[in-house]
Design a protein around this ligand. Structure first.
Ligand SMILES: NC(=O)c1ccc[n+]([C@@H]2O[C@H](COP(=O)([O-])OP(=O)(O)OC[C@H]3O[C@@H](n4cnc5c(N)ncnc54)[C@H](O)[C@@H]3O)[C@@H](O)[C@H]2O)c1
Length: 389
C-alpha cells in the first residue's frame, strides 16, 4: 500500500519546487492522500479473472500491479484486454521477486491454491484465495497460523454472506421469525465446466467448486455443523475439456451432504456437474429456490443461487401468499470478495467474510468425502464465531 504523503512533507516538497513541479505534486498529493491504494497481484489469468479484474479495477482503493500465469500468454492477454499497467510474470517465484505488492488474489486451478497461498504468506503478503484456500483442512489451518505469525490476513471465497438476501435471511433467523428451525436445503449444479480438466481431477470436484456456496450459506445461517454424513459419486466417468481433451473424472461430480447444526437442526446440500439447468453456468434468470429453510412458524426460500441472488420469499401466514423481500442485489456481486477484503485493509475495517468460516467449510468438504468412502458419520472439529453478524 502506498504511504500517503504528509502535509508537512508536501509543503516542504512544493516550497522547493517551481510552478510546474507544484502542479505535478498537487496531482500526486491528491491521488496519494485521498486514496491510499493497496497494491494487488493476481495469479491465475483464466476464466474467472475476467470477473475479478474489472471488479478490482472498479475500486479507487486498489491498483493491480502484477499479473501471473504459468500460461504466460494469458497474463499478457489480460493486461492488454483490461488496459492495465501491471507487470507480468510466468510463475509465483518470479512475481514475488518482482514489483512490490500487498495482497495476492489466487484464481488458479484449485489444486495449487494451498502451495501458492503459502508462498505468498511466507513473503508477508495478504491473500484472498478462490475456493478452496487449500486442499485439506489441515493445510488450510496451517495457512491461517502462518498468516497470523506473519501478521497478514488470509481469506477464502465465496462471498455469499455479503448479499443483501443473506443479510435478510440472517436477520429473520436471528429475530426468531421462523420459530423453531428444523430443516434446510441447498442445491447448486450445472452440466460442468468445459474449459479446464482440473475441475474433474483429484482435488477438484463439485463440492469445492459448487457445493461450497450452499455449505457456506447454510453454516453461516444455521451455525457451525457438528457432524456430517454424505454420499458422493462419479456419474460421468470421462469428460471432454478444452485444455486436455478427454479426461478421466477422478473427483466427485455428484454429492449429497447431511449436516447436523445442533438443537435438532439438519440441513441438506446437493451439488453436481450433471444437473441440467437451462440457465447455465451464468445462472441468469434462475428462479429456482436454491436455498430453503423451514421452521415451525415460517419458511424462507431464496430465489436464484446464493451467489447470484434475486430475492427471498418469506412464507409466514396461513392467510396470505408468501411475500418477496430484497429483490435487488444492492450492488452485491459474487466476484466482489477480493475487492471488499482489499478495501477493508485500506480502511482498517472488518469485512463480513470470515476465514474461520471458510476453514469450517473446507473441513466439511473433506469430511464429506471421508464419510462417503467409509460409510459413516464424521464429527467435525472446526467452528467459527456465530452468528457472523
Ligand atoms: N470460472 C468461473 O466462473 C469461476 C467462478 C467462481 C470461482 N471460480 C474458481 O476460480 C478458480 C479458477 O477457475 P477458472 O475457471 O478461472 O479456471 P481456468 O482454468 O480458466 O484458469 C486457471 C488459470 O490458472 C493458471 N494456473 C494454474 N496453475 C498455476 C500456477 N501454479 N501459477 C500460475 N498460474 C497457474 C492456469 O494456467 C489458468 O490460466 C477455481 O478455484 C474456480 O473454482 C471460477
Amino acid at each position: 500500500m502506498g504511504n500517503p504523503m504528509s502535509r508537512t512533507d508536501f509543503m516542504k516538497y512544493t516550497a522547493a519546487s517551481g510552478a510546474a513541479m507544484l502542479l505535478s505534486s498537487l496531482e500526486l498529493f491528491a491521488s496519494d492522500l485521498g486514496t491510499s491504494k493497496i497494491k494487488v497481484a493476481l495469479i491465475g489469468c483464466g476464466s474467472v479473472s475476467n470477473r475479478y479484474i474489472p471488479h478490482l479495477q472498479s475500486s479507487p482503493l486498489i491498483e493491480i500491479v502484477a499479473l501471473c500465469d504459468i500460461k504466460y500468454e494469458r497474463a499478457l492477454e489480460q493486461k492488454k484486454q483490461y488496459n492495465l499497467q501491471s507487470s507480468t510474470y510466468k510463475n509465483i517465484d518470479e512475481m514475488l521477486k518482482g514489483v512490490p505488492f500487498d495482497m495476492m488474489v489466487t484464481t488458479t486451478d484449485m489444486q495449487v491454491h494451498g502451495e501458492l497461498n503459502k508462498k505468498a504468506l511466507l513473503a508477508g503478503k495478504h491473500v484472498w484465495s478462490e475456493k478452496p484456500m487449500a486442499n485439506t483442512y489441515a493445510e488450510g489451518k496451517a495457512l491461517l497460523d502462518l498468516a497470523k505469525s506473519k501478521n497478514v490476513k488470509l481469506w477464502g471465497a465465496p462471498a455469499v454472506v455479503n448479499s443483501p438476501q443473506f443479510a435478510f435471511m440472517n436477520k429473520i433467523i436471528q429475530e426468531g421469525k421462523l420459530g423453531r428451525i428444523a430443516s434446510a436445503h441447498g442445491q447448486y449444479g450445472h452440466t460442468g465446466p468445459t474449459w479446464s480438466a482440473f475441475f474433474y481431477e483429484k482435488g477438484g470436484g463439485s463440492m469445492p467448486d459448487l457445493g461450497v456456496y450452499n455449505i457456506a450459506t447454510l453454516t453461516a445461517l444455521l451455525g457451525p455443523a457438528k457432524s456430517i454424513m454424505a454420499m458422493t459419486s462419479i456419474v460421468n466417468p470421462t469428460r471432454v475439456v478444452d485444455d486436455k481433451g478427454t479426461v478421466k473424472v477422478e473427483a466427485e461430480d455428484n454429492a449429497h451432504l447431511l449436516l447436523d447444526h445442533g438443537k435438532g437442526i439438519i440441513s441438506h446440500v446437493m451439488c453436481g456437474f450433471n444437473y441440467f439447468d437451462p440457465h447455465g453456468h451464468e445462472a441468469k434468470g434462475q428462479e429456482l429456490h436454491s436455498i430453503q429453510i423451514y421452521g415451525d412458524k415460517a419458511n424462507m426460500r431464496l430465489i436464484g443461487y446464493d451467489w447470484e441472488t434475486y430475492g427471498v420469499y418469506l412464507d409466514d401466514s396461513w392467510d396470505h401468499a408468501a411475500k418477496l423481500y430484497e429483490p435487488e442485489t444492492g450492488g452485491y456481486q459474487w466476484q466482489e470478495g477480493a475487492t471488499k477484503v482489499a478495501e477493508s485493509i485500506v480502511n482498517n475495517t472488518h469485512p463480513k467474510i470470515n476465514v474461520e468460516h471458510a476453514l469450517h467449510v473446507l473441513e466439511i468438504i473433506e469430511s464429506a468425502r471421508k464419510s462417503s468412502a467409509e460409510g459413516r458419520k464424521i464429527n467435525l472439529t472446526s467452528s467459527f464465531k456465530w452468528p457472523l453478524f
